[in-house]
Design a protein around this ligand. Structure first.
Ligand SMILES: [Zn+2]
Length: 227
C-alpha cells in the first residue's frame, strides 16, 4: 500500500508547471502508480482552471485562457517522448530474466537505460540518461541487499517501482514517493523475498557515513551517480 506521497505544495508546483524537472518527473511517475494523487492533481487542476475563469474571464481572451487551463503538468511539457514517438513503447525492464513493468512516465527512458551492474552487497544498479534533466538510476536490492548508510549533500528522490524496502526510519512499499535531504541519514535494505527495485535521482553524490563504506566516499560519484 502506498503511504508516502508528494505533499500539497509539491503538487501545486507540479500542476502550475513550477517543479524542478527531476521533481516533475518523479511526481508524474508516482501519479501513474497512485490513484489518490491522480485525484488530488485533478482537483488542483480544476480549481486552478476555475480560478482563472472567475477572476480573469473578462480580461483574458478565450484562446489564452484555454491554453492556460489545458496547460499540461511540467513533466508532460518536457519532450521526454521524442525517442519513443511512432514506436510501440516497451513497458518493462529486465534484470536476471525477471521483467519489471514501469509506470508510464518512465517507459520513455527504457531505451536510455544502461545494463545492470552488480555492486557491493546484493545490489544492482543501471544508469538512466534523462537527457537535459541529468542522470537517474534503477537500483535493485536483492533480499538482504543493503545500501551502506549515507547522507545526502543535495536531495535524493526515490520511487519504489516494485517490492518493499526499509531504511531504519520507515518501511516503503511499491509506489511510495520518497524525498530525502541533507538532514536524513539512512541505510536502505530489503528483506522482501522478491527484493526491491527503485528509481532514484540524486543531485549530488551520496555521502557514506559509517564503517567501511566511508572509504567509498571519494568514489561515491561512481555509485548512484548524478551528472
Ligand atoms: Zn500519491
Amino acid at each position: 500500500m502506498i503511504n508516502f506521497h508528494p505533499n500539497q505544495l509539491q503538487l501545486i508546483d507540479f500542476v502550475e508547471g513550477n517543479s524542478a524537472p527531476a521533481m516533475a518527473l518523479m511526481i508524474s511517475a508516482h501519479k501513474d502508480m497512485c490513484p489518490k494523487c491522480r485525484g488530488r492533481i485533478e482537483l488542483l487542476e480544476s480549481s486552478i482552471g476555475e480560478g482563472i475563469f472567475e477572476v480573469e474571464a473578462e480580461r483574458i481572451d478565450f484562446g489564452t485562457m484555454l491554453s492556460d487551463i489545458t496547460k499540461l503538468p511540467a513533466a508532460e511539457q518536457i519532450t521526454f517522448d521524442q525517442a519513443s514517438r511512432g514506436q510501440p513503447l516497451v513497458e518493462s525492464i529486465e534484470l536476471d530474466g525477471r521483467q519489471f513493468k514501469l509506470p508510464r512516465t518512465l517507459r520513455r527512458f527504457i531505451a536510455k537505460t544502461g545494463n545492470f551492474s552488480h555492486l557491493l552487497g546484493n545490489l544492482w544498479q543501471a544508469p538512466v540518461d534523462l537527457g537535459p534533466i541529468g542522470k537517474a538510476n534503477f537500483i535493485y536490492m536483492q533480499k538482504g541487499g543493503r545500501v551502506p548508510e549515507h547522507t545526502h549533500r543535495g536531495t535524493e528522490l526515490t520511487l519504489v517501482i516494485n517490492g518493499e524496502f526499509s531504511d531504519g526510519m520507515s518501511d516503503y512499499d511499491t509506489g511510495d514517493f520518497i524525498l530525502m535531504g541533507g538532514e536524513n541519514t539512512h541505510a536502505p535494505y530489503s528483506e522482501a523475498s522478491e527484493g526491491c527495485l527503485v528509481f532514484s535521482i540524486v543531485d549530488a553524490p551520496l555521502h557514506f557515513t559509517s564503517g567501511i563504506a566511508r572509504l567509498l566516499n571519494p568514489f561515491s560519484h561512481l555509485f548512484f551517480n548524478t551528472k
